[in-house]
Design a protein around this ligand. Structure first.
Ligand SMILES: [Zn+2]
Ligand SMILES: [Zn+2]
Length: 636
């Protein structure tokens, strides 16, 4: 505990003096300071471990110690780790010292490369500073542990407002770490580099606070905007976070499918950490849908579990667009940020781990539509001054990208149908001359019959082994094609609900959803997927609720279904349907696509979106809007 008291420790710029050689050596002042820092971090980890243990008497945990741990966490991250990793801060300080010195020697006025930036006097200092940075880089792992423990603390122990805001605000600084910067020291190659892990841990901490303390959500969101301006923007640093398809049941197939849908100019399958942060926070707001019986209808109605997610995403989008549409005050800086975020969102829409990506995109395009309509009508009445032309260009550009994506999703989903077998209740088809006449119906569309094939035990159609992921040396006794597997799910659900009641409920989309969620809930290492899974579950409940409004007499069945789904809420992992419900790789990526194309407001709004742009094209009063609209349509 004593060590934590040293949290005020700061590694300031070392004064240039002859004895700086000894500063880092054993027994030197710097070495002692680093030692204290390391011990402080360790002590903080221990204190927090005790604090989050269940059953520990609250008195065993000193409030001051927790306070000190939070302060240490924050200051170590902002004052040491970020400047050391990005090689800024102290370095810049030296540079400015140099520039002062440079005034005396006019010959050195023009400096080109960074190496030449330092005069000979300070170049030694820079070298020494780099040594210190190496030592600091070694504390990243300790900081990572500390971050994870603080995240547990947020979830398990009630904290006061100031502590929460200190923690979230401090963690956001972690996103400033430039992960594309040259690495300090060597790390294992197989895992993501420690600074990246640290960033993800910071995001986790913020989203935990978001989940646990709804009253602070607006304040935390407010903090995100200034952060956006401080993020590293270098080519390598901007999108440092690799897109993870781990949540998908068929990572490679889905990645390939996604690549055909997303604009191919963006070859790097990476996203920005800030996008990840925003989506994590929105997904953290999902709550269990509840039955509200307070209104007039006797059955009451289900309150969506996504209400808060929508609200947060609305706030975020409107704040961001407000900043972008300003005529001054940093609008120029925010516009590329908006464009970058939209690009990331398009990459993520199909990935099961990020259901909020679609939600945010819908928000953005709705808002932009409003802005454009307003621009066209305001120009007509001449009551307002017209909005900034460059902002309109950006707005049209983004809408064009979104529409192009919508169009590709719809077209691809049409070209990759997935029919659900309806004859599954009947006996398997018996073909007389089975051996001679194999009906090849592989999803690849290729009719080559010389490859190794496998036959569905129900409908008797055959598929190429290589296309459905069956290894030639491991052919299962019983195998069903995707259509028949979906048919089996539909049949089982229909029987469970009672065949008569199920008509109108267990339809194609229902069966797709069932298969999708059961596959998602069987993923390994899914702890971080709980939010996403609950998000999908909530979306499904909303869908059932919407359907139930059209058929009043069946409401009881709908309610029963919702109740049943919600029993899976607490443990959404590995709980929905048997593992045999899963489809082949190709089948499950198609399901993901079809669900997006057929149920998502993003794709359902496509027609409306096109007609709106066409209307703007027809608008004679604003020639610029017209020109931009034509350009946008061309992209689709
Ligand atoms: Zn095939
Ligand atoms: Zn079949």
């Amino acid at each position: 505990m004593l060590c934590i008291a040293h949290h005020k420790l700061q590694l300031t710029v070392i004064p240039y003096s002859p004895d700086r050689q000894q500063w880092l050596q054993r027994g030197g002042a710097g070495s002692t300071q680093l030692q204290v820092l390391r011990m402080g971090l360790q002590a903080a980890c221990v204190v927090l471990l005790i604090a989050v243990c269940s059953g520990v008497d609250r008195r065993a945990v000193n409030e001051d110690a927790i306070e000190a741990a939070i302060t240490l966490y924050r200051s170590h991250l902002s004052k040491h780790i970020v400047p050391a990793w990005n090689q800024t801060g102290h370095m810049l300080h030296i540079k400015s010292l140099d520039e002062k010195a440079g005034l005396a020697s006019p010959s050195k006025k023009r400096r080109l490369s960074t190496d030449e930036n330092y005069s000979s006097a300070s170049s030694g200092l820079v070298k020494d500073l780099k040594k210190v940075y190496k030592h600091i880089a070694c504390t990243v792992r300790l900081q990572l542990t500390l971050t994870e423990r603080l995240e547990l603390l947020i979830r398990k122990v009630p904290l006061d407002d100031q502590q929460i805001l200190m923690l979230t605000n401090g963690s956001l600084i972690g996103l400033e770490i430039d992960c594309g910067a040259p690495k300090l020291g060597t790390f294992a190659k197989d895992s993501p580099p420690p600074p990246q892990q640290l960033q993800l841990a910071c995001v986790n901490l913020v989203s935990s606070a978001f989940r646990t303390y709804p009253s602070h959500r607006d304040t935390i969101l407010e903090d995100v905007f200034p952060l956006m301006l401080r993020l590293p923007t270098g080519k390598k640093s901007l999108r440092a976070l690799g897109v993870n398809y781990g949540s998908a049941s068929s990572p490679t197939t889905l990645a390939a499918l996604n690549a055909t849908l997303v604009d191919v100019t963006n070859t790097q399958p990476n996203i920005q950490t800030i996008t990840y942060l925003i989506l994590s926070c929105i997904q953290a707001c999902v709550v269990r849908p509840v039955l509200d019986t307070s209104d007039d209808s006797p059955q009451g109605q289900i309150v969506s579990g996504l209400k808060a997610c929508r609200a947060v995403s609305e706030v975020f989008v409107s704040q961001l667009l407000k900043r972008c549409s300003r005529t001054k005050d940093g609008a120029l800086e925010y516009r590329p940020i908006l464009a970058n975020i939209v690009e990331d969102l398009l990459q993520l829409t199909l990935i099961p781990q990020f259901p909020a990506a679609e939600l945010v995109l819908v928000c953005i395009s709705q808002r932009l539509n409003q802005e454009l309509s307003a621009a066209s009508s305001s120009a007509k009445t001449k009551s307002h001054f017209p909005p900034e032309p460059t902002f309109l260009t950006i707005a049209f550009d983004i809408l064009g990208k979104v529409m192009a994506y919508q169009a590709r999703v719809l077209a691809t989903s049409r070209s990759k149908p997935l029919a659900i077998a309806t004859t599954i209740e009947n006996e398997p088809t018996i073909l007389q001359n089975e051996v001679h006449e194999v009906h090849l119906a592989c999803h690849c569309g290729d009719t080559r019959a010389d490859a190794l094939m496998i036959q569905c035990d129900h409908c008797r159609t055959a598929s190429h082994c290589s296309c459905v992921g069956v290894a030639p040396d491991d052919i299962p006794e019983e195998w069903f094609c995707d259509g028949c597997r979906l048919g089996r799910i539909a049949l089982r659900e229909r029987r469970q609900l009672g065949v008569e009641a199920a008509t109108g409920i267990v339809d194609e989309v229902f069966t797709y959803r069932h298969s999708f969620l059961s596959r998602l809930s069987h993923r390994i290492g899914v702890a971080e997927l709980v939010d996403a899974t609950q998000f999908h579950l909530s979306r499904w409940v909303d869908e059932i609720e919407r359907n139930s409004r059209s058929t009043i007499d069946q409401q009881a069945t709908f309610r029963q279904l919702v109740q049943e789904l919600l029993t899976r809420w607490e443990a959404p992992v590995g709980a929905l349907g048997p593992g045999t419900d899963s489809l082949t790789e190709e089948g499950s990526s198609r399901i993901t696509l079809h669900l997006l194309a057929r149920t998502s407001p993003l794709c359902l709004s496509f027609r409306h979106q096109v007609s709106l742009i066409l209307k703007l094209m027809a608008d004679e009063s604003v020639p610029m809007l017209r020109k931009l609209a034509v350009k946008t349509i061309e992209k689709v």
